[in-house]
Write a protein that binds this ligand. Structure first.
Ligand SMILES: [Zn+2]
Length: 75
């Protein structure tokens, strides 16, 4: 599936998913990881691989940590 990045839409998708499934929304207040400083809903190039949460993942996966540095937000 083609990756689509839209921070605003990802935020909406994740909060919808959490509402729907009664999950706690763990995403940081400004959607910027407090450990690595990257926006969790953007794609980051890490050496030879990329880390990302696009709009599709934001609507289907419960975000419990940072995709870039793997910092957990739920402990
Ligand atoms: Zn991070």
């Amino acid at each position: 599936m083609e990756k689509i990045f839209d921070v605003k839409l990802s935020i909406d998708n994740q909060s919808e998913l959490c509402k729907l499934l009664w999950y706690q929304n763990f995403t940081p207040n400004d959607w910027v990881c407090y450990r690595c400083g990257f926006n969790i809903f953007e794609e980051i190039q890490n050496w030879n691989f990329k880390t990302w949460i696009d709009v599709h993942r934001a609507s289907s996966e419960h975000v419990t940590g940072c995709p870039h540095c793997c910092r957990s937000y739920c402990d």
